[in-house]
Design a protein around this ligand. Structure first.
Ligand SMILES: Nc1ncnc2c1ncn2[C@@H]1O[C@H](COP(=O)(O)OP(=O)(O)OP(=O)(O)O)[C@@H](O)[C@H]1O
Ligand SMILES: [Mg+2]
Length: 443
């Protein structure tokens, strides 16, 4: 087994450390005599675990706090005289910065166990959080029954070449699921081309998706391959497929049937081998019933349906997701905040998250910037008002949902044009922008 490295801060020297801690087999211990020196060492060397032997009582609380805050990526274990815990400052240091602590006299076996545990945690934290992981599953956080069922579905549909239709509320993780299907398929080595059909200006969708030949319209000085062609050998992900205009729906249907496309202005067809994954946050079946979506295209796409559950149906995942978001952004910003207070975690668990994981991410990022203390509080999350609306207030809840739905429908009808949607809703543009932000609606 690889030797683990431990930075140990003690004013008393290496032999005193050995005497106090007993044999630390499996550890390569570096003993440092002051916080100042440790600061210097940690700037150039990487340690996952640190042991604070007597510095909490020798350095001032402010010095220790500053040092520990600066090196918050190290998992710190403290050794402290029991009487020290009577001092409020020492207790604050322990609570805010240490992953565990021991009182003197030391139980050597227990200390050894704690250090090993701290190392395990540090290794987990170090795991890459990006989406480039081999299976694409690491990026889907959560261990609830709902998310495990989703993973199982993804595993089943991934190796098949047929189209997949993903349904799920806004911000629930449809694109993440589509990406995981791609990375688990035989096409993983090919491109994954995501397209938000709702965000493409209607006049450009045809040329963006299918490409064009030189001179086929004013401004077409050179030929251009479309996005479907650029997904050859891989997967094309058509997000918000319900926003696709009817004429483009016919062209897409032809592609799904014939596996060929025709560029604008071209006379010949081009065979393209790209798998189609589509997603929608609106119920496409009712869009079919209302005549807004072609029925034949719906059945072509809906060969392998997958549903991404809303966050409120997998609240067991909240602590894990919240920690994941926190870690991702604290690495990015070097935030001064250390984590969530237990009340903040409870407030998050009680919230209904109409904007799902995207709303959670926005909420935590905002709280990390605004928080004054070391732990994020419920006030920093600003969920209190909404929580009381969503709980024990059926009328309030329906009103909030009705308002959100009305905005989504108007935006969809207006092709995501905020000015038109605001006019239709009878509110000013500024009000609509405020409501869009409040409900975390993607435009
Ligand atoms: N289970 C999860 N674990 C980690 N991150 C997640 C999870 N689900 C969603 N996310 C993150 O939440 C954000 C929204 O996810 P995604 O874009 O996949 O949602 P969506 O359903 O496609 O949203 P929209 O309907 O707005 O297009 C992304 O940043 C994504 O990485
Ligand atoms: Mg999306």
């Amino acid at each position: 087994m690889a030797v683990k490295r431990l930075i140990c801060i003690s004013t008393k020297g290496a032999s005193a450390v050995r005497e106090t801690c007993g044999p630390l087999s499996g550890w390569d211990v570096c003993v440092i005599s002051s916080l100042h020196e440790a600061n210097r060492v940690l700037q150039t060397q990487r340690y996952l675990v640190g042991l604070l032997l007597d510095c909490i009582d020798t350095a001032t609380a402010a010095e220790s706090d500053q040092f520990l805050r600066r090196h918050c990526n190290v998992q710190w274990v403290g050794v402290i005289e029991r009487s020290e815990l009577d001092a409020r400052e020492s207790r604050a240091l322990v609570v805010d910065h240490l992953c565990d602590f021991h009182t003197l006299p030391l139980d050597h076996a227990r200390l050894h166990h704690t250090l090993g545990h701290a190392h395990g945690w540090a290794m987990l934290r170090e795991r890459p959080l990006d989406q480039s992981s081999a299976s694409g599953f690491q990026s889907i956080q959560g261990d609830s029954a709902a998310i495990n069922a989703l993973r199982a579905q993804i595993r089943k549909v991934a190796p098949v070449n047929a189209p997949v239709l993903i349904w799920g509320e806004s911000g629930s993780g449809k694109e993440l699921a589509a990406h995981a299907i791609h990375t688990n398929s035989l096409r993983a080595g090919g491109p994954f081309v995501p397209i938000n059909c709702g965000a493409l200006p209607s006049g450009l969708i045809q040329s963006e998706l299918f490409g064009y030949e030189r001179g086929s319209f004013t401004g077409a000085a050179k030929e251009k391959a479309g996005l479907i062609e650029s997904a050859a050998g891989g997967t094309i992900f058509l997000d918000e497929i319900g926003d696709l205009p009817k004429d483009i729906q016919s062209n897409l249907l032809r592609f799904l049937q014939e596996r060929t496309i025709t560029r604008i202005g071209a006379t010949r067809e081009i065979a393209v081998d790209a798998r189609v994954i589509a997603a929608s946050h609106v119920n496409l079946k009712s869009a079919v019933a209302q005549g807004q979506f072609r029925e034949d295209l719906y059945y072509r796409l809906n060969v392998l349906p997958i549903e991404v559950p809303p966050l409120r149906e997998r609240k067991a995942d909240l602590p894990l997701l919240a920690e994941h978001v926190f870690r991702t952004y604290s690495a990015e910003k070097g935030a001064h905040v250390k984590g969530f207070s237990s009340k903040a975690m409870r407030a998050m668990e009680q919230h209904d998250w109409p904007g799902n994981v995207r709303e959670l991410i926005n909420c935590i990022r905002r709280a990390m910037v605004l928080a004054d203390g070391r732990l994020i509080t419920p006030a920093d999350l600003n969920l209190a008002g909404e929580t009381s609306v969503f709980h024990g207030d059926a009328l309030g809840e329906s009103r909030v949902r009705a308002e959100r739905d009305a905005i989504c429908v108007s935006l969809a009808n207006a092709g995501k044009n905020v000015t038109h949607a605001a006019k239709h809703l009878g509110v000013s543009r500024m009000t609509l922008y405020r409501l869009i932000a409040k409900y975390n609606i993607s435009v």
